[in-house]
Design a binder for this molecule. Structure first.
Ligand SMILES: [Zn+2]
Ligand SMILES: [Zn+2]
Length: 176
């Protein structure tokens, strides 16, 4: 039982029979699918669209060497203006599995004829979650007074209670 518990039907599953018969020769697997909802674990976390997983597995003397990528995108909201943000990600996966008993120094033991990567993929995606996603680095956010999305239009609020006409004057005197 790992960090995230039981996943039900395994989706990202490698059939080791195809690999074991070809000692020393890399075998490539490709998957595309939806991950289980991540907000189960992170409160109101971002959604994740379907992910593309490509993994190359090489079997050599009792060890399966995995190398691959997980690609997809986060669908979340800007930390400043709350507009939707989609940010692509590409994560490297490097893993080692063993036919032998549990030994962290050697690798994760293989259970039967398959490696189910679902949980490993979800964990790596969780680790890659953006801490503070922004629609763009210069996002102006929301007006604290009226809630206006300042990227779209300015509002008539008076910062610090300054009359807007005086604020305009202030800008002229202090060009950016
Ligand atoms: Zn924004
Ligand atoms: Zn305002």
């Amino acid at each position: 039982m790992g960090l995230l518990g039981d996943w039900g039907k395994p989706m990202f599953r490698l059939d080791l029979n195809a690999v074991r018969d070809r000692q020393g020769q890399p075998v490539t697997f490709g998957f595309r699918g939806e991950l289980p909802e991540l907000d189960r674990f992170e409160g109101a976390g971002p959604g994740v669209g379907p992910v593309d997983v490509t993994v190359t597995v090489t079997y050599l003397e009792g060890l399966f060497w995995l190398e691959g990528t997980v690609e997809g995108r986060f669908e979340t909201e800007c930390a400043r203006c709350l507009e939707p943000v989609r940010s692509p990600f590409s994560i490297m996966l490097v893993e080692k599995y063993t036919l032998g008993p549990q030994d962290d120094a050697v690798g994760t033991p293989v259970d039967g004829d398959f490696i189910d990567l679902t949980q490993r993929i979800v964990e790596s995606v969780l680790l890659a979650l953006p801490m503070k996603p922004l629609c763009n680095p210069d996002c102006l956010g929301l007006c604290a007074g009226c809630g206006q999305v300042l990227n779209k239009a300015a509002c008539d609020c008076r910062p610090d209670g300054v009359d807007p006409r005086l604020a305009e004057l202030g800008k002229l005197l202090k060009p950016e």
